[in-house]
Design a protein around this ligand. Structure first.
Ligand code: MG
Length: 430
């Protein structure tokens, strides 16, 4: 049984998920003797967290409850423990919940660690500890302040900027506005109170951030910051009220932090390759970026908004990233920095994967005559003037198609070629 996707467990909350939380708590508690637990703001968060704690304690582990906080804030607290358990469904809708398991260095559990927990949960054969070995639980206070102090040691204060912040009522509500105010900024807070009834979908994409863009424009703010539900992600709006693409943020952070070697995912723009960095490409998913950064790389991220500064943590840290971006914007207007970067038209879409035969699809893609092919994740075809990525979604029964090229006409052509290759393949397979 595979419980864990690329970002842990994630499902619509129901009694099955609650029971799973208890079993995961028991399994983690058998392997790790001292664990810290936290949750985001979802309505099911408290119930889920107490199920995890119940399992951990029953297994004989020590356990402390760090309260409602972002994943990167819990990851920092996790340095003092053997493992951390975060109850969150990240950017998914409010009816979802899930569990992320973290190591003391902030990285997500590796595949081997996940398999060990999965096998224990699936086997369902591990007993609770004898009553004499059960420890008492406790609370872990001060995780938020510790994270704020950790960040403030790394960025300058006295940043007199006006910043609009949209936390989507997620976990960042308890930290980002206070951190930025502490750095000297005037903060315009939008949806910065913890609530599991998210006022808009909590994924920080352009379609969900209309209010933030409007407030940046109407208030004359220097930039806007947005997070997902557990604030491992951060996206931005520039001083002209324009949503900043994740590809541009990736390039901006890499350039402004002086990185030489950059780790990013296979679907990120070719812009990063053209800016002179050594680029290492991984599968799609921030845990793969984090894993690669353990070996090498000065900075890593993926265009969906996960930014990993290895000197800070191996957990994507949307709060730290916000502080770094504000620091950059205090030196030069964000819009003028962004406008100096190359940008190419990029198209992303998907079709149903029903009836698709992988090998036939690859044969058909080869007829598009690529210059080179990568199979890091799906099939990525490189052309002289662009590229096409065709890969199966990790979370839905879909084939995702991404294309980028130097001109609008060419990207449309590459994208349509990709769609046609997949759709012809479906009709042949039927
Ligand atoms: Mg997240």
């Amino acid at each position: 049984m595979q419980l864990f996707g690329t970002s842990g467990v994630r499902r619509i909350f129901d009694s099955d998920l609650l029971q799973l939380a208890l079993k995961i708590g028991l399994a983690v508690g058998k392997v790790y003797s001292n664990v810290v637990v936290g949750s985001d703001t979802r309505t099911s968060g408290q119930a889920m967290k107490h199920a995890v704690i119940s399992g951990l304690l029953a297994a004989g582990s020590r356990c402390q409850d760090a309260g409602v906080l972002p994943t990167p804030t819990l990851a920092l607290a996790g340095k003092d423990f053997n493992a951390a358990v975060m109850v969150t469904a990240s950017h998914n809708p409010p009816e979802y919940n899930g569990i992320k398991l973290l190591n003391p260095d902030g990285s997500a559990f590796a595949a081997s660690q996940q398999k060990q927990i999965e096998a224990m949960v699936s086997g369902d054969s591990f007993p609770a500890a004898p009553w004499t070995e059960i420890k008492s639980g406790g609370t872990y206070g001060g995780a938020v302040n510790r994270h704020i102090e950790h960040i403030r040691r790394q960025v300058p204060s006295g940043l007199r900027l006006k910043i609009a912040v949209d936390c989507g009522c997620g976990a960042a509500s308890v930290i980002t506005p206070y951190l930025l105010a502490g750095l000297g900024c005037e903060v315009i807070a939008l949806n910065c109170y913890p609530s599991g009834l998210f006022p808009h979908p909590v994924e920080p994409v352009e379609a969900n951030l209309g209010d933030l863009m409007a407030i940046v424009r109407s208030s004359g703010a220097d930039l806007g910051i947005a997070h997902d539900g557990d604030a491992d992600r951060m996206m931005a709006v520039d001083d002209k009220g324009r949503f900043v693409s994740g590809d541009k943020l990736l390039a901006l952070f890499a350039r402004e932090t002086g990185a030489k070697s950059v780790v990013t995912t296979i679907d990120a723009s070719m812009m990063i390759d053209e800016m002179g960095f050594d680029v290492i490409r991984t599968r799609v998913g921030d845990n793969y970026v984090s894993e690669a950064l353990k070996q090498s790389g000065d900075f890593g991220g993926e265009p969906s908004g996960s930014w990993i500064f290895p000197d800070n943590s191996l957990c994507p840290d949307g709060i730290y990233a916000a502080a770094r971006l504000v620091t950059i914007a205090s030196q030069q207007r964000l819009s003028s920095l962004l406008d100096t970067m190359p940008a190419y038209p990029l198209l992303r879409g998907s079709v149903s994967s029903k009836g698709i035969a992988r090998s036939q699809l690859d044969d058909r893609l080869m007829t598009l005559r690529p210059v080179s092919v990568s199979n890091v994740d799906g099939t990525r075809l490189a052309f002289e003037d662009g590229w096409l990525l065709v890969r199966a979604s990790g979370t839905e029964p879909k084939i995702r198609i991404t294309a980028e090229a130097r001109t609008e006409a060419r990207v449309r052509q590459i994208y349509n070629d990709g769609i046609r290759a997949v759709q012809n393949n479906v009709s042949e397979a039927r």
